[in-house]
Design a protein around this ligand. Structure first.
Ligand SMILES: Cc1cc2nc3c(=O)[nH]c(=O)nc-3n(C[C@H](O)[C@H](O)[C@H](O)COP(=O)(O)O)c2cc1C
Length: 252
């Protein structure tokens, strides 16, 4: 696990971007980053998410095995570690998917406990997993994923309620989730996002954080607030070389 931490510590993470962040996108926009994330979803028949169909799978390996093989290989030409993220309504579907991602060569897997989409929240998953009334469920999902895969597991969470966010990070650390990725929404100097990070810092083994990072100053603010890695999503869409540039500055 320490080796996995060292590979990404003080590094840039190209954040999940459903609808954009497939393998070729990660290869180009994540070139020179420490970690690139492929974001996907599993939905039941009749449900839908606002992303192109090829990011969205029905439960079952025949639905996603080909995607995982093709896009993990493509993402790897970024030179970064490759992670795959997913969420589904049923835990068994998420576990099967993340096992398939590991078998297809992913270096990290991630549970998207970040999505506020109605179909997930209604089922008390996605962002609802971090609400204090669902922490037992959060622990159960974490334990099931940890038992199924052998590569580092990330839980990605939002930060809509500070005390629930801090409690969720502590609950995840207590069951052995090594890496938390928190999107604090805004990382402006002196803002609430950085204040939340300062409170989460040290409560998990490795903390990835982002939200509104567009430049080296923003990345340094996130690291100074206690994160180990900086996630960049939207800004990297417009500037394909941004992650690599900031990564070089951080590590030089
Ligand atoms: C178009 C778009 C698609 C996104 N898709 C996902 C996703 O599939 N999974 C996920 O966990 N987060 C997703 N996010 C959230 C981003 O990964 C990131 O955490 C968030 O945008 C904050 O970072 P930023 O301000 O640098 O964009 C998405 C964001 C955008 C703008």
């Amino acid at each position: 696990m320490q080796k996995a931490f060292e590979e990404i510590r003080n590094g840039i993470v190209l954040a999940e971007l459903g609808g954009y962040g497939d393998g070729p996108y990660c290869a180009k926009h994540g070139a020179g980053a420490a970690l690139v994330m492929l974001g996907t979803y599993i939905v039941d028949a009749g449900d839908s998410v606002p992303y192109p169909a090829y990011f969205v799978f029905k439960p079952g390996r025949s639905s996603y095995a080909g995607y995982l093989e093709e896009h993990i290989v493509a993402a790897r030409s970024s030179g970064a570690q490759v992670g795959v993220s997913v969420v589904s309504v049923h835990i068994s579907d998420t576990v099967d998917f993340l096992k398939a991602a590991e078998e297809a060569g992913a270096d990290y897997v991630s549970l998207c406990a970040h999505s506020t989409m109605e179909m997930f929240v209604r089922a008390r998953v996605g962002a609802a997993l971090c609400h204090r009334q669902n922490w037992d469920r959060l622990r159960k999902w974490a334990a099931a994923i940890l038992e199924a895969v052998h590569i580092p597991v990330i839980f990605k969470i939002g930060a809509s309620d500070t005390s629930d966010t801090i409690g969720a990070v502590e609950a995840l650390d207590a069951v052995g989730i090594p890496i938390v990725h928190v999107n604090v929404g805004n990382t402006d100097a002196g803002g609430e996002g950085l204040a939340i990070l300062e409170q989460i810092s040290g409560k998990c083994s490795l903390l990835i954080a982002g939200g509104g990072v567009t430049d080296i100053e923003g990345a340094r603010r996130v690291l100074s607030a206690g994160a180990d890695c900086v996630a960049i999503g939207t800004a990297a869409m417009k500037q394909p070389d941004l992650c690599g540039r900031i990564q070089r500055l951080l590590r030089n």
